[in-house]
Design a binder for this molecule. Structure first.
Ligand code: TRP
Length: 74
């Protein structure tokens, strides 16, 4: 197993409505959902890409901040 990517960049997701879903997708050949987090308005999640998580899908109105910039998801 690779070393944990503890120093990987963080990204921030702030829910702008109730019921925003942050879904983690697995790294590797098999791309599937492995975690779903529900955020209500005003809740913020701070997370990293890891050896388990290569992609994140966000559903709902949220402000997403990454080192690549800021996105408002609707
Ligand atoms: N156990 C997951 C991991 O280490 C936790 C996690 C990290 C996660 N980043 C995420 C879950 C982003 C959902 C979305 O990969």
């Amino acid at each position: 197993m690779d070393k944990p990517m503890v120093s990987a960049d963080f990204f921030v997701i702030k829910a702008l409505e109730d019921g925003v879903q942050v879904i983690g997708l697995t790294r590797g050949n098999d791309t599937r959902f492995h975690h779903s987090e529900k955020l209500d308005k005003g809740e913020t999640m701070i997370a990293q890409f890891t050896e388990h998580t290569s992609a994140v899908k966000v559903r709902g109105k949220a402000l997403i901040q990454t080192s690549h910039g800021e996105i408002e998801n609707n």
